[in-house]
Design a protein around this ligand. Sequence first.
Ligand SMILES: [Zn+2]
Length: 199
Amino acid sequence: MAQPTSLEALIQALRCLPGVGPKSAQRMAYHLLQRDQQGAARLADAMKSAVERVRHCNMCNTFTEAEICDVCSSPKRDASLLCIVEMPGDLLMMEQTQSYRGMYFVLMGRLSPLDGIGPREIHLDRLQRRIRGSGVSEVVLATNFTVEGEATAHYISEMVAAEGIKVSRIARGLPVGGELEHVDSGTLAQALLERRSVS
Ligand SMILES: [Zn+2]
């Protein structure tokens, strides 16, 4: 027996979510219709207004509802520093540290040639225009410490250095309050490698 047409359409639509196959899409649809119709209506409304309103900041590329986001339009930020992150969530994490007062550029991804994600897909042409003649004197690379994040940082560092601008990379390290026995050996090895003088 076939599902009602609109139910089938809902199941198909849910499959656009990452990691959601036909079975879990069906489970989600049944749950929404049987157990949480209000939640389903809220989800539909929130999705519609987010899709209509959210856009990318003209300067840093993060998600915003304005042409220029709050960070980029703040006169209190240090415009000579530009921090590069992969995703808007990384920008939020940096902001939560309350120890960075510069500007940002959000790549919205990372270089991944096998998935067809090259320099254009992570907006490096825009980044290059952003740093040219903008008063940026240092670019801080804060991409993830994954293979792809490192490759992306390396690529960008060469691009930025070619513009005659200083480039730095955030240091890997031990978590604050972390105990050595709970840290993976890769992190510990890196922390040892990037040790600094204390005297
Ligand atoms: Zn912005």
